[in-house]
Design a protein around this ligand. Structure first.
Ligand SMILES: Cc1cc2nc3c(=O)[nH]c(=O)nc-3n(C[C@H](O)[C@H](O)[C@H](O)COP(=O)(O)OP(=O)(O)OC[C@H]3O[C@@H](n4cnc5c(N)ncnc54)[C@H](O)[C@@H]3O)c2cc1C
Length: 399
């Protein structure tokens, strides 16, 4: 890509918000497909900024150097420690998306003064559908931001400003947000010590805001709402909308994610080389029980898959377990494939999809260190070809 606008036009923008933070007068706005993209790029960018954004944008640059051959798993990347577990605080476990582990870690870091704030997603006070970036500084704030929000959010929009004001941060975001923060810190090493920890979760892709609207319509909720969550308050917990008059509408996770949200993910997510948080210190996911070889979404107490991906993450995890903040048990690596079959399938076909994009657009994406080729040998040629072709066709569609 020669300019940043081309990244957007080719539907490669992940919506992290970093460019909006760096280019004056650029704002993240909901686009015609219901995703957050920067608006006003063409009018406000100069050559220097263009070159800077082209080198850090996670839409086209994801370079994994977090490799340790003894700890490297071909499919899942580096695994220092693998556990399944949950927060020892029942409120956090209940409100969290799975076991409330990310929330528990963030609270621990704040309360032990290891960071001054947690950069994470929150929900707008004026609109229970709208996601916003925020800096949480207390247990109450962090708990109120627990739970997965299956819609766009641009958390890095406030990162440079927080770093300039000397905050020491933990960042929680999607794998692409964390890789964007990583790219930014590589280009700006003076800020590295101000971000001691980054956390992520397995991500199947970001659904659009229009998908949330569809979900509300299918729930039969057409009134003004006061509160909305996609899941949590149980595991997996129902998607729940509560109107201003106190009427409650719900839909199971199986139906909300499986039939609506999961079908409306961004094109860039379909060719994402990293749905498993390569750039984070600790990554969490759902540690689903399995039934007949598939994840079982029957309601129960939350349990997270917990993976330390760096030695720093491993030390922190050990501390959290020793102090009783997280209750955990050992898990074998082979189990991840059964617990996360969707992610496994994605890992093995993603190389073919990226190739489909490259063939269609004649543009090489700067994605390195994800075993894309090696992983392709874990599936058959037919599967690879259909993924290649599907992406080839989809790639020709412009915004
Ligand atoms: C778009 C999306 C796709 C996902 N796909 C998978 C998947 O394929 N497999 C899987 O096992 N798990 C997936 N998850 C993650 C899963 O739902 C849980 O978040 C994860 O298991 C961690 O649970 P927890 O209880 O430890 O997190 P919690 O303690 O509930 O903390 C969740 C944290 O994530 C932040 N957050 C929520 N939504 C977003 C967002 N959209 N962008 C950035 N930050 C956000 C919250 O602010 C909070 O800090 C996905 C989540 C999202 C948002």
């Amino acid at each position: 890509m020669k300019n940043v606008q081309e990244i957007i036009d080719n539907r490669l923008c992940t919506g992290c918000g970093l460019c909006a933070a760096l280019i004056p007068n650029v704002r993240m706005e909901v686009d015609s497909e219901g995703f957050l993209t920067p608006s006003g790029i063409k009018e406000n960018i100069n050559n220097d900024l263009n070159a800077k954004i082209l080198s850090i944008c996670p839409g086209i640059n994801q370079i994994n150097k977090n490799k340790d051959t003894s700890k490297e798993n071909k499919i899942w990347g580096r695994i220092e420690v693998l556990k399944s577990g949950h927060s020892s605080d029942e409120e956090i476990r209940h409100k969290g998306s799975s076991g409330g582990v990310l929330t528990a870690i963030a609270i621990y870091l704040i309360e032990s003064n290891m960071v001054t704030g947690v950069l994470q997603n929150t929900v707008s006070k004026n609109n229970p559908i709208e996601n916003l970036p925020c800096l949480s500084k207390s247990k109450i704030e962090i708990i109120s931001n627990a739970g997965s929000r299956y819609a766009p959010t641009s958390i890095l929009q406030i990162l440079p400003e927080l770093l300039k004001s000397n905050e020491k941060l933990a960042i929680i975001g999607k794998p692409c947000d964390i890789s964007a923060a990583h790219n930014f810190l590589v280009e700006n090493p003076k800020y590295k010590s101000q971000v001691p920890y980054m956390f992520s979760f397995y991500c199947a892709g970001q659904p659009s805001y229009f998908a949330t609207q569809k979900l509300l319509n299918q729930m039969g909720c057409n009134d003004e709402i006061d509160e909305f969550r996609y899941r949590g308050h149980g595991w997996p917990g129902d998607a729940t909308a509560i109107t201003k008059d106190g009427i409650k509408y719900t839909m199971s996770y199986n139906d909300s994610w499986g039939k609506i949200l999961g079908k409306e993910i961004h094109f860039r997510c379909k060719i994402c080389p990293d749905g498993v948080g390569y750039f984070a210190d600790i990554v969490c996911a759902d540690a689903w029980d399995t039934k007949d070889g598939y994840p079982d979404f029957k309601e129960k107490d939350g349990e997270s898959l917990i993976i330390a991906k760096t030695s720093k993450g491993a030390l922190l995890l050990e501390e959290l377990i020793n102090k009783g903040v997280i209750i955990s048990k050992q898990l074998e690596i082979d189990k991840i494939k059964k617990i996360q079959p969707y992610q496994f399938n994605r890992r093995v076909v993603i190389g073919a999809r990226i190739l489909g994009f490259i063939f269609s657009k004649k543009y090489i994406l700067n994605f390195k260190g994800f075993n894309l080729l090696k992983n392709s040998f874990s599936t058959n040629f037919r599967n690879l070809f259909s993924n290649f072709l599907g992406t080839y066709k989809r790639s020709s569609k412009k915004k």
